[in-house]
Design a binder for this molecule. Structure first.
Ligand code: HEC
Ligand code: HEC
Length: 342
């Protein structure tokens, strides 16, 4: 949202104060040694240092990376990896969180409370380097979104009015990739109780060794108030089951939740997902008639057919319905193993 208002503000000030624009122009001309003039005033605090400011025009001024060639992160930016990310045609992702100085995420409750002006970053990387960097900023009200498009070792803020369609090389194949519009960010990020979708207990903690090491690191750095506890409703699940629930969180729950949004026929949130799918008939008129998950028989399960595409039935709609050109083989094998083992 703020992205749009940033733009409006900048546009307005340029329109109403031509003198200012001229000054900026003269400054660029008079400053040939300034390295293209887009690294900003070194005395201005970066977004990472002053997280409430308007999203700056270039990623340099965001201060996430100390330099955009090596992508060395700022010491304030804590890297993290969710157990299951959103599959994006195989693009690699780098994720970071910056919690405002002196504050911490309250990890006492199962639903985490993020301090205002917490910044979360996600950079998408293809074979030829970074493609885009996304930002979510929490506020007291609606979250704010920004996307920076990379061009070589520079990246500029997009206006976010419409999506940008790109072709990207991933694992030596060319695949389509869309940098979403701000409206699309809102559709996915504002349909769940928390606007932060992947920095959550199930995604960070859980059984995996690496996950618990990462939680210790986040607590030690002061980002989390304490070691998180999983929702008690998940105590009855383990191992592969938690991986499946985490896969749903990463790839399905931003639509399939109980908020009355676009895919409300059933809820894939961790505490209720298995009850909603195992031995349950499909409900949506937009889908094939059948059973979502048939215990012991992935091939006969509509949910599995929808994710894997392993069906001739054209009534079965691909899931997720948008954005998948290359299928997520790891996710498909996880579901196959879980359903066949039920
Ligand atoms: C198709 C749904 C979808 C759209 C559209 C989308 N996101 Fe996300 N985003 C997710 C999901 C799911 C996660 C959590 C999993 C992950 O990190 O891969 C996520 C994670 C993130 C994160 C890491 C913090 C978090 O919430 O977990 C950032 C930052 C982010 N998105 C920014 C954006 C921005 C900015 C836009 C719009 C330009 C956008 N996203 C559009 C689904 C979406
Ligand atoms: C971008 C939003 C979106 C995402 C992401 C998404 N779905 Fe769906 N899904 C829908 C819509 C819309 C429908 C049809 C209407 C409905 O079911 O409410 C649907 C229908 C389905 C159906 C058939 C309907 C039924 O009653 O069983 C299944 C199965 C399904 N989705 C599974 C999944 C799984 C598994 C994932 C994650 C891998 C997923 N979906 C991700 C939007 C989404």
């Amino acid at each position: 949202m703020l992205l749009a208002s940033n733009r409006a503000t900048r546009g307005a000030s340029l329109r109403t104060t031509p003198a200012l624009r001229l000054t900026a122009f003269v400054y660029v001309l008079a400053c040939p040694a300034c390295g293209g003039g887009d690294s900003g005033d070194p005395n201005e605090p970066t977004l990472v240092e002053a997280p409430a400011q308007a999203f700056p025009p270039t990623l340099n001024q965001v201060g996430l990376y100390q330099d955009l060639v090596q992508r060395t992160p700022s010491p304030r930016a804590l890297p993290y990896t969710p157990r299951s990310g959103l599959w994006s045609n195989g693009l690699a992702k780098e994720r970071f969180i910056v919690v405002p100085q002196g504050e911490a995420i309250d990890a006492d409750e199962a639903d985490w409370a993020f301090p205002e002006n917490t910044l979360l970053f996600k950079t998408f990387v293809g074979d030829d380097g970074p493609v885009e960097t996304r930002i979510v900023r929490t506020t007291g009200g609606a979250p704010e979104f920004a996307a920076y498009r990379w061009d070589g070792d520079q990246a500029a803020l997009l206006d976010g009015e419409r999506g940008v369609d790109l072709e990207v090389r991933v694992d030596d194949e060319t695949t389509a990739h869309e940098i979403p519009s701000i409206r699309s960010c809102e559709q996915c990020h504002e349909s769940s109780p928390s606007p932060v979708l992947g920095f959550a207990p199930l995604q960070l903690a859980g059984a995996a060794e690496a996950a618990s090491e990462q939680v210790d690191r986040l607590v030690a750095a002061g980002a989390l108030s304490e070691k998180p506890r999983l929702d008690a409703a998940l105590d009855r699940f383990e191992g592969e089951e938690l991986s499946v629930l985490s896969y749903f969180v990463g790839n399905c729950v931003h639509c399939h939740n109980d908020s009355g949004g676009i895919a409300s026929s059933f809820d894939l949130s961790p505490a209720v997902a298995f009850d909603a799918v195992i031995d349950q008939p499909t409900a949506s008129s937009a889908s094939a008639v059948g059973i979502r998950v048939v215990p012991g028989d992935a091939a006969a399960s509509i949910l599995f057919q929808a994710v894997s595409g392993e069906t001739d039935d054209r009534e079965v709609k691909s899931m997720p319905p948008v954005g998948v050109q290359r299928r997520d083989e790891t996710g498909i094998e996880l579901l196959r193993g879980w359903i066949n083992g039920l």
